[in-house]
Design a protein around this ligand. Structure first.
Ligand code: 3PG
Length: 391
């Protein structure tokens, strides 16, 4: 697979697909991590005199122009971070865009409008992909966060142009890939989040690779139920209890150290300030729900994490949006920071957790992918990556 480093980009029109799908509140960007992570690729192209045409989606506008999903605030932030003007057009294809591209100088950067303003984008429509490709000489896919989507700007466009991975895409694939294929051992995975149904594929794939698998968050309740514990009003996916039981047996058969909570923080209402107490997992009473792992469990999990040579973490240990139920998640974040091994955050809510604790700088890698990281960790081939390999 050739890299962006191997090709001559000077003077060339380079279409770069980035994932600039950042969270916005009333038009203000609340987390610009995804924008900052695009800088190595964009700066490299600018410095080498490419004409850089950036494409991205933002949100889910359902195939039509919606003002709240315009990329205008992203263009502003990108210009600030690059320290140079960013021209933003109000469309992603068509005469206005073609004219803007024609007037670009070497080292200029042009940001196209949200590609999802066309329903053709998500349909991977051939004509739309061709029109996008027609703007450029080279295609760079740097949008790891959208690589699980086979859309026109992430997949279809690669049929018409020389296609290579950008530096962020390369880094994501290298870091996540090394963790799951050639981990330094002991290799520990920490999997949390509300539902086991969201993580079944990840757990099944990782069970064949890890030395220890730590389970926390709402999904731990389904495992506790499989072991026969009373779980009160805790979130339990009743149709997944048998599966959780099977996974427990599979872990045993594969000699994976499967860790489940031994104590939990319980409350009677799903509220930030609801009165709470800590109980062993065999003492959850009817009417009480577990919203976090308990301190004994947090210590146990932290010790396993600290001793790991590779740790991969996806999903919080409790309802960490509520400070009172964030302690388990924070303990794991701190243990990740203390671990001397390779620490990889597999996207999603765990990213917010390491940011909240202020230890993001100490992680080896924080993935920009949510759904894309999960599919990668499930062992699936991502369409946005497959199109680069085929070349
Ligand atoms: C994400 O935030 O996970 C990506 O940008 C993909 O967005 P999507 O789930 O709307 O396709």
């Amino acid at each position: 697979k050739i890299s962006l480093r191997d090709i001559d980009v000077r003077g060339k029109r380079v279409l770069v697909r980035e994932d600039l799908n950042v969270p916005l509140k009333k038009g203000v960007i609340t987390d610009d991590t995804r924008i900052r992570m695009t800088l190595p690729t964009l700066q490299y192209l600018i410095e080498r005199g490419a004409r850089v045409i950036v494409a991205s989606h933002l949100g889910r506008p359902k195939g039509q122009p919606v003002d709240e999903f315009r990329l205008t605030p992203v263009a502003q932030r990108l210009a600030e971070l690059l320290g140079k003007p960013v021209t933003k057009v109000d469309d992603s294809i068509g005469p206005q865009v073609e004219a803007a591209v024609a007037s670009m100088q070497e080292g200029d950067l042009l940001l196209l409008e949200n590609v999802r303003f066309y329903k053709e984008e998500e349909k991977n429509d051939k004509a739309y992909a061709k029109a996008l490709a027609g703007l450029a000489d080279i295609y760079v896919n740097d949008a790891f966060g959208t690589a699980h989507r086979a859309h026109a700007s992430t997949a279809g466009v690669a049929e018409h142009l020389p296609a290579v991975a950008g530096f962020l895409m390369e880094k994501e694939l290298a870091m996540l890939g090394k963790a799951v294929t050639q981990p330094e051992r002991p290799f520990v995975a920490v999997i949390g989040g509300a539902k086991v149904s969201d993580k079944i594929g990840v757990i099944e794939n990782l069970l064949a690779k890890v030395d220890s698998l730590i389970i926390g968050g709402g999904m731990a309740n389904t495992f506790l139920r499989a072991l026969g514990y009373e779980t009160g009003t805790s979130l339990v996916e009743t149709d997944k209890v048998d599966l959780a039981g099977e996974l427990i047996l599979r872990a045993k058969a594969q000699k994976v150290n499967l860790l489940l909570p031994t104590d939990v923080v319980v409350t009677q209402a799903f509220e930030a300030s609801a009165p709470q107490r800590t109980v062993p997992v065999n003492a959850i009473e009817p009417g009480w729900m577990a919203l976090d792992i308990g301190p004994e469990t947090a210590r146990l999990y932290a010790n396993v994490v600290k001793e790991a040579a590779t740790v991969l973490w996806n999903g919080p240990m409790g309802v960490f949006e509520f400070d009172e139920f964030a302690k388990g998640t924070e303990a794991v974040a701190r243990a990740m920071a203390e671990c001397r091994g390779i620490t990889v955050i597999g996207g999603g809510d765990s990213v917010a957790a390491v940011n909240k604790v202020g230890v993001a700088e100490r992680m080896s890698h924080i993935s920009t992918g949510g759904g894309a990281s999960l599919e990668f960790l499930e062992g699936k081939t991502l369409p946005g990556v497959a199109v680069l390999r085929d070349k």
